[in-house]
Design a binder for this molecule. Structure first.
Ligand code: ADA
Length: 531
């Protein structure tokens, strides 16, 4: 099979839920240490090199790195044992309102480290200082040999440089330094300026490894009910997007990522929510370049308390997912908020405790961004005091037959929990379904393109102009495959609430969203964010 790729793209494996082994022999040109970097395996992996297990991973949507030890020059066999099974094996992958594919779904690299020294990780956190920026940098040096090594780090960013001597002990050594940058252009949706942070690891004056990270200079803050980017109010509006395509499953090629961004931007979106898992970093790269604001969230959708308790590894798999998401995606300026646990059990003490644990973990990893969560429990929520930005998933006129404005007013005036007052509120989901090509001039029938368009028109007309609302994400960008076991009641076994269908063909609602987003962008409350 192609890598990246999922087996559901082979017609005889379209519905296969089970195990598989991917095998490749790699020729190593000279002796050294080997490291494998997997950007994503869907959904559970065990990796073997020359018959020896070097590690494993749970969760399709985060990257992981495995050390393979020292290898001689010549051929080496890599086996990846993959499973997309449901059951105790995975706490986060359950039959759901999207599809759990099987395969090596994102790119893989094998790295040869001849001298056993490498820079594993460089993180940069800019904050304004005077007329310039102070950039706090953190890195990890990995020394795979059994003796300490005297090395130096050289770092350069936008004309600023730093260099430091380090004693790299066997294993991992953490290093911190600061850069003072004058005159960098801030990153913003209107002008997404990006800079390269270049770090070199040297021994005896020779560069033995380097790492180039791309960053943007910007701040995110919350002030009362407003979200501020570089001190200016923003109104994120856009789409929830699943990584899904009938020809590629969740292994989306870059060309389709670009097309998705083109379509979303054509509708006037300035933001995307990575429902319900961390996205492929190539997509985040494109968002950085195009100035799209990203709500990135960890992996989990709609898990009730029994699921959060069992399998017992829920906490462990969530913690790993949060750590990998925040560490690996920290440098993307497009990410303005971290989200967790979409629509899980937040109305009971035991569930709320798990929310707290995860918010604490994320805040310890990143103090520069706010945290949030998309809820469908409203007044029953116990988590609202813990978030910086609140999120509500609402479906008036679709699951609840009531005028949108009445429903919103009722929710906000009567059901807004105490802990949420005075904080920004994003409508993290709103939408309705329409089946491509099911047209009805009477505009009434549920599932018709006309009805979907009319519902979105009313929904967006209300939420985009409501003074309490700080941002809106339409559910959803495109139609996606769902799991038949849990959501087989949906027509075509698809979630059909896309503004475009699974092949990215616009539905009638496309122009409605475009008109509503354009009116909002032209309105007075967003003008400052647009400039
Ligand atoms: C929820 C959920 C989404 C999707 C949506 C729907 O709010 O967060 O994943 O299932 O409902 O289409 O009903």
């Amino acid at each position: 099979m192609e890598v990246p790729g999922v087996w559901e793209t082979l017609s005889e494996r379209k519905n296969y839920r089970g195990q598989a082994v991917a095998r490749k022999v790699v020729r190593v040109p000279e002796p050294g240490w080997l490291q494998m970097v997997f950007k994503g395996v869907s959904h559970t992996a065990r990796v073997f090199v020359d018959g020896r297990e070097i590690g494993g991973h749970h969760n399709a949507y985060t990257p992981f790195t495995l050390e393979a030890g020292r290898a001689a020059a010549g051929g080496h066999e890599i086996l990846v044992h993959i499973s997309n099974e449901h059951g105790a094996i995975s706490a986060l992958h359950v039959p759901n309102d999207y599809y759990n594919y099987g395969g090596i779904s994102r790119p893989v690299t094998m790295q040869l480290i001849p001298g056993g020294l490498l820079l594993r990780h460089v993180q940069a956190e800019p904050s304004p200082e005077g007329t310039g920026w102070k950039v706090a940098c953190r890195a990890q040096i990995l020394n795979l040999t059994d003796r300490a090594r005297a090395v130096s780090l050289r770092s350069a960013l936008a004309g600023a440089t730093a260099s430091l001597e380090v004693n790299a002990i066997p294993g991992t050594t953490g290093v911190e330094w600061e850069l003072a940058v004058a005159g960098a252009k801030p990153w913003s949706p209107a002008d997404p300026a990006l800079y390269f942070l270049e770090t070199a690891l040297c021994e005896n004056g020779q560069v033995v490894d380097d790492l180039v990270e791309r960053i943007g200079f910007r701040t995110i803050a919350v002030r009362g009910e407003d979200i501020l980017l570089n001190g200016e109010k923003i109104f994120p509006m856009g789409f929830n997007r699943h990584e899904d395509h009938p020809d590629y499953g969740c292994a989306i090629p870059v060309a389709i990522m670009r097309l998705d961004l083109e379509r979303m931007r054509a509708m006037g979106a300035n933001a995307v929510r990575t429902s319900h898992y961390p996205n492929d970093e190539r997509f985040l790269d494109l968002c950085d370049e195009q100035g799209l604001l990203v709500w990135e969230e960890n992996h989990s959708r709609g898990l009730p308390l029994e699921r959060m308790r069992h399998p017992p590894r829920f906490r462990e798999q969530c913690a790993a997912c949060n750590e990998e998401m925040v560490r690996k995606h920290f440098n993307h300026p497009c990410i303005f908020v971290w989200g967790i646990l979409n629509e899980c059990e937040s109305g009971l003490e035991e569930g709320a405790k798990m929310y707290k644990e995860q918010f604490d973990q994320i805040r310890a990893l990143d103090r520069s961004r706010p945290v949030t969560f998309a809820s469908c429990r409203y007044d029953k929520d116990l988590w609202q005091g813990m978030v910086d930005i609140a999120g509500w998933n609402i479906y008036p006129r679709w699951y609840v037959e009531e005028p949108v404005l009445d429903w919103m007013e009722k929710l906000i005036t009567r059901h807004e929990p105490e802990g949420m007052r005075g904080k920004p509120l994003i409508i993290s989901e709103i939408g309705a379904a329409g089946l491509t090509g099911y047209r009805d001039p009477v505009r009434r029938p549920k599932w018709s393109e006309e009805r979907q368009a009319d519902i979105l028109d009313e929904q967006l007309g209300c939420v985009l102009n409501h003074p309490r609302i700080a941002g809106v994400f339409v559910w959803q960008y495109c139609d996606v495959r769902v799991d038949e076991e849990a959501f087989g009641g949906r027509p075509r076994c698809m979630n059909n609430k896309g503004a475009v269908d699974e092949h990215r063909r616009p539905k009638l609602v496309f122009d409605v969203i475009k008109r509503r987003f354009a009116a909002k962008a032209g309105g007075p409350s967003t003008r400052s964010a647009e400039q």
